[in-house]
Structures are given as structure tokens and as C-alpha cells.
Design a protein around this ligand. Structure first.
Ligand code: EPU
Length: 420
């Protein structure tokens, strides 16, 4: 397994381009199953999760090609049963269930298990599809769903901790081909959902209210091929903004949407990070001290759970106590113990992490446990003096396009070490 060797303690300086959003593109790729016609998706990040999704779609019978950030897809004929082992390996693949069922009248998809950040149930996905008149049963690790034509219905998708992002995507996609009107209440409002809605509308779907908690979808008989450009990755942008602040660097992020990052930028401002937003660029400026801040993760428009670990790394620099409360996933603090190897003082109390920042840090060998935890370890490695080795960086390759190259272009000393 590859690792990153980071020689830390140097400010990041320069310009980088933010890639297309991983969490927007995965459901968009799944949505192409809703039509027999060709779809072209642009600004697709070169990520292992994207290629893995391509493999899943191919295994269902679709033609999938990836060339320089452009995916061309056509699913003329479809198999209703997904490859158990392929689908099981990527949680995001659950979003093929809705389109497959809507297009073929049946779908069998492996039941996703829990993962390192929490249990990740799919009860809301299944509740929504049942409301649209699908029959669902779980057998031998598969979710088997079948329906005649799906029927529009009112569906409440609010769960234990609020809306579900991929659950909303699944029901929205299924409802585009259902008979009649579907109203999703407590829909996820994330920009990735709005982006999916834009793609579906380009395919001929009738969707109102995307980006708000109440979405109304009027089913149509068929969808056609479409072209779409994926939105910039707000979490990648947040990660580099925090890395720049953590190293007291001067970095301009290009091709980004500051409006998708209001909660993150507000927190960075409170922490004393100097920033200048201009159109689709954001410049992080070197400044003075970083202040300790408290934050709770929330569904959009709140502070995203996917930027929580990176903020924790930044807070190691702030003198005083900061409290980070994780409200979306129950065990998303795996990075805390690894940060401790660098000298961090972090106590976990229930859903909160209490960080005593401002202590001296020094490089060490650490282990990445999931995508965002890995990003936090890289940020910490960049800011502390000495050599940090981050092992198991395949997690980073799932969600950050060319992270080592982008960091090197900002002057960081980061080397990818291939496992022999
Ligand atoms: N939940 C339920 N029942 C369900 C579905 C979800 O109780 O049927 C709960 C979850 O256990 C969790 C909460 O609802 O407590 C929110 O989960 P959600 O369904 O919104 O998560 P997701 O759609 O599976 C996506 C992203 C995650 C991101 C979350 C929250 C993709 C591929 N994944 O997951 O991204 O953390 O939304 O914003 O879009 C990442 O990129 O690192 C990542 C984990």
C-alpha cells in the first residue's frame, strides 16, 4: 500500500485548481442508467471511486469510457443484478438502486455494510422506494427490489440526524420515471443534490425545489441523453483552504464555489484566517495566530462532516481549547488517535472532541483510516516540523485528485512511496 512522506513545516504557496466533486459525480454517473441514450459528463475527477463506479456500471452492461476528465456513458441494455463483491466495496454505489429499479422494474444490489465512520444504514432509501410502490426484500446479502411502474407518492426522508444525501438522490432518481407526482419532504439540500437535479432536468426530468427541503418530482415516460459539467468539489476546496491556513501559506484556489462553503469560510474567519474571495477564486493569506473555535457538524447549510477532521488538524495550531462535535456519523474521530502520535492532545467525550491546541508537534508515522481522516493527517504532517509518513493513502486516492502533485505544486515536500 502506498504512503506519503511529508517533510513538514513549510508554508504552502501558489495556485491550484479545484477538481470536480466526487460526491456529486457518483450519483450523476448512476443517473445515466435512467436512459438508453448517451450521456457525457465533464469535469469528472480522476479518482479511484470514479473508476470503481465505472466498473460497476460496466458490470451492469453500460459502456463507460473516461478520457481527460470526460466520461461518456451509454446503458443500452441493463442487467438488473449488480455484482455482489463490486457493489459491496463502495458505499456510494447504493445510488444505483433507484435508477436500476425505475428503468428495469427490478434491481438486486448488495446490501452495504457499516464502515469505519459509522453504521450507515439504508432504511430511508428503502422506505422511500417502498412508498413509490416497490416491493423490497433482503436475502443473502442482497436488497431485491421490484415494481411495475413506480408510483409517485409523498415521502418523508428525515432520519435520526436529519436528511440523507444518497437516500434523497436515490428516491429523486427513481421518481423521475414514476407515474404521477412525488413529493420528498425533508430532502437533503446539499449542492451535490442540486447538481444531480440539474443533470436529471437536462435529461428531461421535471423537478422543482432541488436545494430546498421540499422537492416535487413529476414523473415522465422516458429520459434522454444529456451533457453535464460537475460542480467543483467543496470538500477538496475546504481541505486546501485549511492546509494553507495551517501552514501560514498564501494559496489561491481556482474554479471553486464559495457559496457552497459558507459555513466553512465563516468558521475559518472566526479562527482568524485571512481570505479574499473573488468570483470563482479564493485566496488564503498568511496571517497571525489561529484562534480556537467550536463547531458542530450539520447537514447543509451547516458545517460539513466531511470537513470536520481537517478542521481538527487546523485546531492543533490554535492556542486554547476547541470543541468539535460530530452530529452526523457516530464514530468519525479515528484521526484523533493518529494526530496524537504527532503530539496532539485530543480527548473524546461522546460525540465531541476536545482539542488542546498550541502544543509542539513533530512528524511521525501515522495510519490513514478513511478519506477525510487521511486528509487531516496530511494537513497535520504539512504543518509540523520533521518527517511524517502517512500510510494507506489509497483512501486519499478515492477522493482527492492528484493530491501529492497539487501539494508539490504549492511547494510542499510530499513524496509518494510505492509499496514494493
Ligand atoms: N442514515 C440513516 N438511514 C439511511 C441513510 C442515512 O439513518 O437510510 C443516517 C446515516 O447513518 C448518517 C446520516 O443519516 O447518520 C447521514 O447520512 P447520509 O445518508 O446523508 O450519508 P450518505 O449519503 O451515505 C454522503 C457522502 C458522505 C457524506 C454524507 C453526509 C457520498 C458518496 N457520500 O453519504 O461522504 O459524509 O453524505 O454529508 O456522497 C466522504 O466524502 O468522505 C463521505 C463520507
Amino acid at each position: 500500500m502506498d504512503s506519503f512522506l511529508i517533510q513538514g513545516g513549510r508554508p504552502l504557496c501558489g495556485d491550484i485548481e479545484i477538481s470536480g466533486s466526487k460526491n456529486a459525480v457518483l450519483p450523476i454517473l448512476a443517473a445515466t442508467l435512467l436512459t438508453r441514450e448517451t450521456c457525457i459528463i465533464r469535469k469528472v475527477p480522476d479518482l479511484s471511486d470514479v473508476h470503481f463506479m465505472g466498473k460497476i456500471l460496466r458490470s451492469l452492461g453500460a459502456d463507460f469510457t473516461y478520457e481527460h476528465g470526460v466520461v461518456t456513458l451509454q446503458a443500452k441494455r441493463l442487467k438488473a443484478r449488480g455484482d455482489y463483491d463490486l457493489i459491496r466495496k463502495m458505499r456510494g454505489s447504493i445510488c444505483i438502486l433507484g435508477p436500476l429499479l425505475a428503468r428495469s422494474g427490478k434491481a438486486s444490489v448488495s446490501m452495504p455494510g457499516g464502515c469505519v465512520i459509522g453504521t450507515r444504514p439504508i432504511d430511508l432509501h428503502l422506505k422511500g422506494l417502498k412508498a413509490l410502490a416497490a416491493e423490497i426484500h433482503i436475502q443473502e446479502g442482497y436488497v431485491h427490489a421490484k415494481a411495475g411502474r413506480l408510483q409517485g407518492a409523498e415521502v418523508f426522508l428525515g432520519g435520526r440526524v436529519g436528511p440523507t444525501v444518497l437516500g434523497t438522490a436515490n428516491i429523486m432518481m427513481a421518481a423521475t420515471l414514476a407515474e404521477g407526482v412525488t413529493v420528498i419532504e425533508s430532502a437533503a439540500c446539499e449542492p451535490e443534490i442540486t447538481d444531480l437535479a440539474h443533470f436529471l432536468i437536462a435529461m428531461g426530468a421535471k423537478i422543482e425545489g432541488a436545494g430546498s427541503p421540499r422537492m416535487v418530482i413529476t414523473g415522465v415516460d422516458r429520459l434522454h441523453g444529456a451533457e453535464h459539467e460537475v460542480i467543483p468539489d467543496r470538500i477538496e476546496a475546504a481541505t486546501y483552504a485549511m492546509a494553507a491556513a495551517a501552514t501560514n501559506g498564501e494559496v489561491t484556489l481556482h474554479h471553486m464555489r464559495c457559496d457552497h462553503l459558507a459555513a466553512v469560510l465563516d468558521k475559518l474567519k472566526e479562527a482568524g484566517v485571512r481570505m479574499e474571495a473573488r468570483g470563482t477564486s479564493l485566496k488564503i493569506l498568511p496571517g497571525g495566530e489561529i484562534n480556537a473555535v467550536d463547531v458542530s457538524t450539520q447537514p447543509y447549510t451547516g458545517f460539513p462532516t466531511d470537513a470536520q477532521a481537517q478542521l481538527m488538524a487546523l485546531m492543533l495550531k490554535a492556542a486554547g481549547l476547541s470543541i468539535i462535535t460530530e452530529r452526523i456519523f457516530e464514530s468519525r474521530f479515528m484521526h484523533a488517535n493518529e494526530l496524537a502520535r504527532l503530539g496532539a492532545d485530543i480527548a473524546i467525550e461522546g460525540p465531541s472532541a476536545i482539542i488542546r491546541g498550541g502544543l509542539p508537534l513533530s512528524g511521525a508515522e501515522v495510519m490513514a483510516s478513511d478519506l477525510r481522516a487521511s486528509a487531516a493527517l496530511v494537513i497535520a504532517g504539512l504543518m509540523c516540523p520533521g518527517r511524517t509518513q502517512v500510510n494507506r493513502i489509497y483512501h486519499l486516492d478515492r477522493g482527492y485528485e492528484g493530491m501529492d502533485q497539487k501539494l508539490r505544486s504549492l511547494g510542499a515536500k510530499v513524496k509518494r512511496v510505492k509499496e514494493r
